[in-house]
Design a protein around this ligand. Structure first.
Ligand code: C2E
Ligand code: MG
Ligand code: MG
Ligand code: MG
Length: 291
């Protein structure tokens, strides 16, 4: 069963794991070993251009191949990672893995940008930027193929630190995005402060976008505002064709969600890359209405 689960990329969601302190204490004690034994694995979820229907990137999302519990979603352990001393080593591991994958796709002549999720703690780490610079230099990849996703709440911990770190990433040629945008307590004004390439509209705005006129108006306004500031817009959590079609009509640049593909091992992206990058022909069904 576990093998099947892993093959299908199905996450373990059960109450025993979610609300059990004993399990939490156990998981916490196993984090370091997990890192040493390579039990963390990056899955990749496709990002699709809503302008032309092509695969235009992938988000690296971590999974824990737990020896007893099976494949664990970060929902169960990211908080534990962040509360423990391993958060720095953990993020370095995810960046190194993602950079290796970027290099592999470059070598295969199917280059693809990859986004890695950072933690708020990485922004406080003075050794982080030198680490990234060294990793990029060693790998020889095009830095523009690496993107860092920072949640809105992580950027809000200390705006001046975030501003400085994002500038440093920009100087290295890395792209940056604000993840889960619209869920935190921020105002649009702070977009002036942060020099990011992209914002990712949180799934909360996307769920009812095609059925709720107010949600549609909010999304339309957020897209317009970001575009006026020169910021690209990604919609996350697209599960249905109707959402994709509408978002395309609203001018949203990129879509991500189960409709295009769930997070899965890199081999799923390999398959998409080898089939002319047309994601399951789903976009072919979207009317080519202009912006
Ligand atoms: P996120 O960065 O916003 O990642 C997207 C989450 O939404 C993932 O959940 C993904 O499986 C889920 N998702 C994607 N498309 C859909 C959809 O169409 N419908 C629904 N219902 N869900 C969708 P997951 O894997 O549980 O990850 C949760 C969060 O964990 C991520 O949210 C991210 O903030 C964090 N995370 C994941 N990997 C890493 C990592 O390597 N480092 C750090 N620091 N955080 C990570
Ligand atoms: Mg993300
Ligand atoms: Mg997100
Ligand atoms: Mg999210």
């Amino acid at each position: 069963l576990r093998a099947k689960r892993m093959r299908l990329g199905i996450q373990v969601y059960n109450d025993r794991l979610a609300h059990n302190n004993t399990v939490e204490v156990t998981l916490r004690s196993q984090l370091r070993t997990a890192l040493q034994q390579n039990q963390f694995e990056l899955y990749y979820q496709p990002k699709v251009s809503l302008h032309n229907g092509k695969l235009c990137g992938a988000e690296a999302i971590v999974r824990w191949n737990h020896p007893d519990e099976g494949l664990l979603s970060p929902a169960y352990f990211i908080d534990l990672v962040e509360q423990s001393g391993i958060v720095h080593a953990f993020t370095r591991y995810t960046i190194e893995s993602a950079v290796k994958q970027i290099k592999q796709w470059e070598d295969d002549e199917t280059p693809l940008p990859v986004a890695v999720n950072l933690s708020a703690y990485n922004l406080m780490d003075t050794a982080f930027v030198p680490f990234v610079e060294k990793t990029l230099a060693t790998s020889g990849i095009d830095p523009a193929r690496l993107e860092f996703e920072l949640t809105e709440s992580a950027t809000m911990v200390d705006i001046s630190v975030s501003k400085r770190m994002i500038s440093a990433f920009n100087s290295l040629g890395i792209r940056t995005s604000i993840d889960d945008f619209g869920t935190g307590m921020s105002s649009f004004a702070y977009l002036r402060e942060l020099n990011v390439h992209t914002i990712k509209l949180d799934r909360a705005f996307i769920t009812d976008v095609a059925t709720n006129a107010k949600d549609e108006k909010i999304v339309e306004a957020m897209i317009a505002l970001c575009h006026n500031l020169g910021i690209q817009v990604v919609a996350e959590g697209i599960e249905q064709q109707g959402q994709a079609t509408l978002l395309k009509q609203l001018g949203c640049d990129v879509g991500q969600g189960y409709f295009f593909g769930k997070p899965a091992p890199h081999t799923d992206i390999d398959a998409l890359l080898s089939t002319a990058q047309d994601v399951k022909a789903n976009l072919a069904k979207i009317p080519s209405a202009g912006r």
